[in-house]
Structures are given as structure tokens and as C-alpha cells.
Design a protein around this ligand. Structure first.
Ligand code: MG
Ligand code: MG
Length: 259
């Protein structure tokens, strides 16, 4: 199957799902502090999603056992919620997907737990900047390589490692659609970006070595040098010739600010 380009109506439905993901992550943020377990956070998210008559996309996806991916410190993505309490100084990427009205939303945010080391704080800030730079590179008539280049060039200017084994993706009726959205690449190369394209852009940036491996749990992706990693994700559409960000960190950042 090729790329499925969306209509304006379909983009609006994806926007609704994406907004619910943002609100779910904000609900999780309210409870995120040292001592809480990722399993508790997962329960909060699942209840919140179901209360809004939506389904947690991740639960059962390829056999994944939870509604959130919770990836602590050296875990890059796909961490399974567990009963280990979060500790002061941890960072945790929380990735969430919801399915509603036939369409998915998919967004992720890396949170600080208590007081985090300055060098890790900077990793988080720069990874968020990478996401924003990639989004700015999404333009009608542009190329997929522009999106990856915007991320890679920024991350590597800090000597961070850009994960290559995992990439962003098209988004719609399916959680993972074509095309792939690498966080590295060459400007001016690759797929031409067309009207109706909807992408989940999700830089995964490592403080150290870019290489990763999978743990024996069959899911968790960790850095090869055990150094921390950060991950932020937004859903973006090209519709009516313009680029629109469908997901939002607004609700999350209100919770963080009022802490
Ligand atoms: Mg995601
Ligand atoms: Mg995704």
C-alpha cells in the first residue's frame, strides 16, 4: 500500500484524537512525581482515554501490554509500564496513542522527575527544538530529507546521537502508516511533501552514542552506552497548502508551569 493522503475532514478527526492525547499526557503530568510508578500512570491514562469514549491505541498493538510507553532514562522508546517508583532526577518519555472516530492521535513528551542534571535538562530542551525545527521543515512541495536534516543538524551540533533504527511515520486510520519519517537525512532529497500528508514526527536523541539495542522484554529500546535519551512527538498535517500541528503540549506545559 502506498501513502494515504487525507481530506480536510479526516485531518480534523486526527486533530481531535491528537488533542485527546495531549490532554491525557497532561492528566498523567499531574501525577508525575518521585515515588509514583509508571504502572499507576498507565492506569490514569487508560481511564482518562476511556472516559472520553476513545480507545488506547497502544494496548494490544503488536501485543504491547499497556496504554502508554514509559521510557525512563537510558530507555529510548517502547518502555513497558512497571511497578518501579520513579526517582528524583529521572527523565521519562511518555508516549500515548488514542483511537477515536476511526482515526489515531500519537504524541510523546519527555518529563523531568524532580530535579534533573543540567546536561540532561539541555538534552530535553534540544530534542524539543529538534522537533520544532523538523516541523518548520514540513512544507508543501518540500522533501522528507528536509525534515530529517533539520533535526539531525541541530542535534549533532550538540554532539548528541540521533537514533536511526526508529523513525516517525504517517498517521491516520492506522497508527503506523507510510511514509517513514527519519530524524536524519539530506536537505532536498527524498519524498516530495504533498497536500493531505499527515505525519507523526518523533525525534529520539541520545546524550551519547546514537546506537541502541532491544531488551529481552521484547519491547524496550535502550541506548548502547546506558546514557539518557529524550523523545518528543507531534502530529503534523499539510492541508490547504499549509502546515498545521494537530497535537499540542499546551495542556502538559500548563501543568508543569503550575507545579
Ligand atoms: Mg508515539
Ligand atoms: Mg509515533
Amino acid at each position: 500500500m502506498g501513502i494515504y493522503y487525507k481530506s480536510e475532514e479526516e485531518v480534523e478527526l486526527i486533530r481531535k484524537s491528537s488533542l485527546l492525547v495531549g490532554k491525557t499526557l497532561a492528566e498523567v503530568a499531574k501525577h508525575l512525581e518521585p515515588g509514583v510508578t509508571t504502572k499507576q500512570l498507565d492506569k490514569i491514562a487508560e481511564e482518562f482515554i476511556r472516559d472520553h469514549r476513545a480507545k488506547p491505541t497502544f494496548k494490544g498493538y503488536g501485543g504491547f501490554p499497556a496504554s502508554l510507553c514509559t521510557s525512563i532514562n537510558e530507555v529510548v522508546v517502547h518502555g513497558i509500564p512497571n511497578t518501579v517508583p520513579l526517582e528524583n532526577g529521572d527523565v521519562v518519555s511518555i508516549d500515548c496513542g488514542v483511537f477515536m472516530n476511526g482515526f489515531n492521535g500519537d504524541s510523546a513528551y519527555t518529563f523531568e522527575v524532580g530535579e534533573v542534571d543540567r546536561e540532561v535538562k539541555q538534552l530535553l530542551e534540544v530534542t524539543k527544538e529538534c522537533l520544532n525545527r523538523s516541523i518548520e521543515a514540513v512544507k508543501l512541495g518540500g522533501r522528507m530529507g528536509d525534515v530529517g536534516y533539520a533535526c539531525q543538524s541541530h542535534a549533532e551540533s550538540y554532539d548528541y546521537g540521533v537514533v536511526r533504527e526508529l523513525v516517525g511515520h504517517g498517521l491516520g486510520k492506522e497508527l503506523h502508516e507510510k511514509p517513514e519519517v527519519p530524524n536524519y537525512g539530506y536537505a532536498g532529497k527524498g519524498l516530495k511533501l504533498r497536500e493531505g500528508l499527515v505525519l507523526a514526527i518523533e525525534p529520539m536523541i541520545n546524550l551519547g552514542d546514537r546506537r541502541v539495542k532491544q531488551l529481552n522484554d521484547g519491547w524496550s529500546i535502550v541506548t548502547i552506552d546506558n546514557k539518557p535519551s529524550a523523545h518528543f512527538e507531534h502530529d503534523v498535517a499539510i492541508i490547504n497548502g499549509k502546515t498545521e500541528v494537530l497535537s499540542t503540549f499546551k495542556y502538559i506545559e500548563e501543568v508543569i508551569k503550575n507545579r
